[in-house]
Design a protein around this ligand. Structure first.
Ligand code: NCD
Length: 314
């Protein structure tokens, strides 16, 4: 089945087959870090614009590397340097970029739905790099890729997501992706940050950390989103760290071969200690590296699909 969508807006609307196609395509690029020459000619002559209205290190750099390693010209625009600061609307910015010959726009925005608005406004592909607390599909896909790389499968695994689910677009994309591919998902965190309504997404809600992580194959720790009011929903950071922060002692509750993940950037000492983040069971570094391969796959499928400069994928 070839890729048929114009945009990548979220994992909620993708089928399991479409997710599989992205993951299989990413396999082709997965060894890119081992190559002395990292460039594929696939997107030569194409232009990808990164339009970031929120701070970002890894997602923006990762999309930038992905575009560059596919030989595209990559332009980075941040909110402070864009005409948004002069009052230009998002739709108008997008139409301008399209008129200037952009072949795709990667957008991060604090408003949920901003990429969807853009996708309706322009004819070029729009890739959601995080919209409010809604979705972060490329992160969800790289998490799936990393889990499968380590565990050899997704179906049948038990995956526990810990922390500030309320404000987390990563958690929502992970939940859609994991459940579509047949994993069992548990979620846990303070009741104010993990409302019981999450059960409607097909996950099991746990109140306490220990039973939630015991027996889990993968534990995904989320950043406490202090800039999104999470701070006001917990009594104190110390109490949060004591109850839900992953540290050496709590790591002993996990299976010996459990995988520990975090989308980054981590508040070390709050949701995870540095020691736990560097534990041999941690796949955090692999997540960062796999992010580039997954984003290369996405740009290949959405912008350069059909060309034969990389090994064919079924
Ligand atoms: C996440 C994000 O921005 O949603 N980070 C990322 O893209 N790697 C997670 C977060 O900020 O907590």
């Amino acid at each position: 089945m070839p890729w048929q969508r114009k945009d990548l807006l979220g994992l909620e609307e993708l089928t399991a087959e479409e997710i599989e196609l992205v993951l299989r395509t990413a396999e082709v690029f997965a060894d890119v870090f081992e190559r002395p020459l990292k460039k594929f000619p696939t997107l030569r002559g194409r232009t990808v614009v990164n339009l970031f209205y929120e701070p970002s290190t890894r997602t923006r750099t990762s999309f930038e590397l992905a575009g560059k390693w596919l030989s595209a010209d990559v332009i980075n625009i941040s909110s402070s340097s864009s005409s948004a600061a002069k009052g230009e609307s998002l739709a108008d910015t997008a139409r301008t970029l399209e008129a200037l010959g952009a072949d795709a726009v990667v957008i991060r925005h604090s408003a949920a739905g901003a990429p969807h608005l853009l996708a309706r406004t322009v004819k070029i592909p729009v890739l959601n790099a995080g919209d409010g607390a809604h979705e972060h599909p490329s992160q969800g896909l790289l998490d799936l890729f990393t889990i499968r790389q380590h565990k050899g499968k997704i179906a049948g695994l038990t995956v526990t997501i810990v922390g500030d689910l309320l404000h987390s677009r990563v958690a929502r994309s992970d939940i859609w992706g994991l459940t579509k591919l047949g994993a069992r998902v548990r979620v846990t965190g303070p009741a104010t940050l993990v409302p019981p309504t999450f059960a409607s997404l097909g996950v099991e809600v746990y109140r306490d950390l220990r039973p939630a992580v015991e027996g889990a194959d993968v534990v995904i720790v989320l950043r406490l989103q202090r800039e999104r009011q999470a701070g006001g929903l917990i009594p104190s950071l110390e109490e949060y760290a004591a109850l839900f922060g992953l540290d050496a002692e709590k790591m002993s509750w996990l299976k010996p071969d459990a995988l520990v993940m975090h989308p980054g950037p981590a508040n070390l000492g709050v949701e995870i200690t540095e020691e736990a983040a560097l534990d041999p069971r941690s796949a955090i570094r692999d997540q960062v590296r796999n992010g580039v391969a997954v984003r290369m796959a996405l740009l290949y499928l959405l912008v350069g699909g059909g060309e034969k400069d990389v090994p064919a994928v079924a």
